[in-house]
Write a protein that binds this ligand. Structure first.
Ligand code: GLP
Length: 241
């Protein structure tokens, strides 16, 4: 594991963008697995800035989303699909034909999961999977207790996860009860994984993930077994390491 401890959120965003930028420079058609949330926002901003300045060209990359709220149409403003389009795909110039987002309101969600996995396989597998981490140690929507052998699936969301998403929906009760997510096995299949964590509220999860026992109770602890894991943490998130 490569552990990059950086000062603050801006440094984390730059370090994460550097890693993506290096991959794209060496392999313009690289396959990216991409998360949503507050944590990667700065990385997307940084990458888009580099594209606008002509220092980076991501237009040949292929991108797959990591997870989605179950039941939400892709065009819903709170969907992860619209997040990725708004914050990265469109401003960075990755054409829709080179992106695929898990569709939250597919009539058969398990079939949608299988199609997403098959599309990833057809693209040659994920070169770099970027991840955030939940306060309870979740990755994607793999909540505590998810088997490490899981592939893409429909997953119940933990109350604390729904609480964290309440603002986007206006109220806790309006947050979907389930998510659709790449599984832990799907994530571990990526050739490189980069986990990002920022802020004191993630410090406990980061410690449990990296220093604690490898257990389904801490989904991110599965990453300890990945041969090419990079962890980028700011000082607050690294406080308990
Ligand atoms: C959500 C997402 C995860 C993300 C996590 C952390 O639950 N489904 O993929 O990693 O939140 O989000 P944030 O970066 O906003 O703290």
């Amino acid at each position: 594991m490569e552990l990059l401890r950086v000062e603050d959120y801006d440094a984390l965003s730059r370090a994460a963008a550097n890693r993506v930028g290096r991959l794209i420079a060496s392999r313009p058609g690289a396959v990216l697995g991409l998360p949503t949330g507050e944590t990667p926002l700065g990385m997307y901003r940084e990458l888009v800035g580099r594209v606008r300045e002509g220092r980076l060209d991501v237009s040949a990359a292929i991108a797959f989303s990591l997870d989605e709220f179950h039941g939400l149409p892709p065009e819903h403003p709170a969907s992860f699909c619209s997040f990725l389009r708004r914050h990265f795909f469109e401003p960075a110039g990755i054409p829709p034909s080179r992106t695929r987002c898990l569709c939250g309101d597919a009539p058969d969600p398990e079939a949608e999961c299988a199609v997403h996995e098959a599309a990833i396989a057809a693209a040659g597998g994920i070169d770099l999977q970027v991840l955030g981490i939940g306060r309870n140690g979740h990755i994607g929507y793999n909540e505590p207790g998810t088997p490490f052998s899981s592939r893409a699936h429909v997953a119940p969301l933990a109350p604390e996860t729904r609480e964290a998403a309440a603002a986007a929906f206006g109220a806790f009760e309006l947050v979907p009860l389930r998510g659709v997510t790449l599984g832990i096995q799907s994530i571990l299949a990526a050739r490189q994984v980069m986990l990002l964590a920022s802020g004191a509220e993630k410090a406990g999860a980061v410690k449990a993930a990296l220093r604690g026992p490898v257990t389904p109770e801490v989904p991110a602890s599965a990453l300890q077994g990945h041969p090419a894991l990079t962890v980028v943490v700011d000082a607050a998130a690294a406080a308990l390491l």
